[in-house]
Design a protein around this ligand. Structure first.
Ligand SMILES: Cc1ncc(COP(=O)(O)O)c(C=O)c1O
Length: 409
């Protein structure tokens, strides 16, 4: 009798085993014994270790990746300052916090379309939009799914328009750009999330901000504690965005394993790439409408020294098959997710921006055609095989039928 293969989208229990599990429990015990729960030595040690890992001069812990973005904007005085609503260029095809942080501060997100090969915001389109955007205050690219944007292109645009560059690196700790530079080190500020599903995930919410600017680092460190320095004396209005010592203690242990997990995810991506290409898929460099043996597009791999860390492995299929394929995978006990079903410019809360449906066609198409597959480091070969066989089997049956039907029309 065949045993059923289950493949959850993410299985954190598979990671929490062996030596690491013991080390984490010991680290938590130490925090409990010390009874020092907020900020403190674990947080400052984590900050030093993340700075060393990324190569940034400073790292400032905070309560979440969303807060990292909010603090970054506050640190750069972006918002509704004296009635001037600063505008921040960012992608629409991303997690809500990218645009939400800007709007929350009274600034105005300006959504720009993506490059369909990388799913990252297209720098050429950013330049065009920047030229016609009054009160441009910042540019905020996202290293989506763990793949760096072209940092040189973005640095050049930010410098050309004299605005700061904020990297939303929430999904990209350890990701490298085409020159081998770590995410979060080329922009003025880098923002990271330690949400549990990230490659470096805590046991709850957490985030960190990187910068090479001494004065900005000092300001951000004060802004996260209500802007008080010395304590109870406030020259600035900040927020409560302290990082918990328990989170920092867990993250410090997990950081030691991060490179191994990246390697595991990259090896899984290699497996998927090879198997899907062999089955007739093409990479995103071939648009879905162009002929290939299978109506499936896999991520185009960036050339070394760039490094995609595959926080997500996202495939693309014709919109008419996407939801049914997902349903079929769910029946086959495979977890998937849609990142993201509604681009930000089409969210109800952003209707006031006046960027209607049709404005950003690549973002809208990606929202209809993409599916994220399980990619976590501990996946077994039979699990990956099951994913590939299920996707390919479904598309062969259904995309072939669609082709045949089109031929008889
Ligand atoms: C691109 C992006 N930006 C920001 C965030 C916000 O991070 P957090 O969930 O830690 O607040 C996330 C988290 O999913 C994200 O993926």
């Amino acid at each position: 009798m065949l045993t059923e293969v289950n493949v959850p989208l993410l299985d954190l229990k598979a990671q929490y085993v062996g030596e690491m599990r013991e080390q984490i429990r010991a680290a938590i015990d130490e925090v409990c014994d010390a009874q020092w729960f907020v900020m403190g030595p674990n947080v400052s040690d984590l900050e030093a270790e993340i700075a060393a890992y990324t190569g940034a001069k400073h790292a400032i812990g905070c309560a979440s990746g969303s807060d990292a973005l909010l603090l970054a904007l506050m640190g750069l005085d972006i918002g509704c300052n004296g009635g001037e609503n600063g505008r921040v260029i960012c992608p629409s095809y991303t997690f809500f916090a990218t645009g939400g942080s800007t709007a929350r501060l009274g600034a105005v997100p300006v959504y720009v379309d993506i490059d369909p090969v990388t799913y990252n915001m297209d720098p050429e389109k950013v330049r065009e939009v920047a030229k016609r955007t009054p009160n441009l205050a910042a540019i905020m690219p996202v290293h989506l799914f763990g793949q760096c944007v072209d940092m040189d292109a973005y640095r050049a645009i930010a410098d050309e328009f004299g605005v700061p560059l904020i990297e939303d690196a929430a999904q990209a700790i350890g990701s490298k750009d085409h020159k081998g530079r770590m995410a979060g080190t080329v922009g003025d500020i880098g923002c990271f999330s330690f949400f549990p599903s990230k490659n470096l995930g805590g046991f709850g919410d957490g985030g960190i901000i990187t910068t090479n600017d001494d004065a900005l680092a000092e300001k951000l460190a004060v802004l996260r504690i209500h802007g008080g320095k010395p304590k109870y004396y406030h020259s600035m209005i900040g927020v409560n965005s302290r990082l918990d010592a328990l989170q920092a203690a867990v993250l410090r242990v997990k950081l030691r394993y991060l490179e191994g997990w990246h390697a595991g995810r990259i090896a899984n991506a290699d497996f998927y790439d090879d198997a899907f290409l062999e089955a007739g898929a093409a990479t995103t460099a071939t648009p879905l409408g162009e002929p290939a043996d299978l109506a499936l597009r896999i991520p185009e791999r960036p050339a070394a020294p760039a490094r995609h860390i595959y926080n997500q492995y996202v495939i693309r299929v014709p919109a008419e098959h996407r939801d049914a394929l997902r349903e079929h995978m769910s029946t086959a006990k495979i977890g998937t997710e849609i990142y993201y079903p509604v681009p930000l410019h089409m969210q109800e809360c952003f209707a006031y921006l006046g960027q209607p449906e049709g404005d950003l066609p690549e973002s809208e198409a990606a929202a209809r055609e993409t599916i994220a597959l399980p990619i976590y480091a501990e996946l077994a070969v039979e699990q990956k095989r099951h994913v590939v066989d299920t996707v390919v089997g479904y598309l062969r049956r259904h995309a072939t039928k669609a082709k045949a039907a089109a031929g008889t029309r």
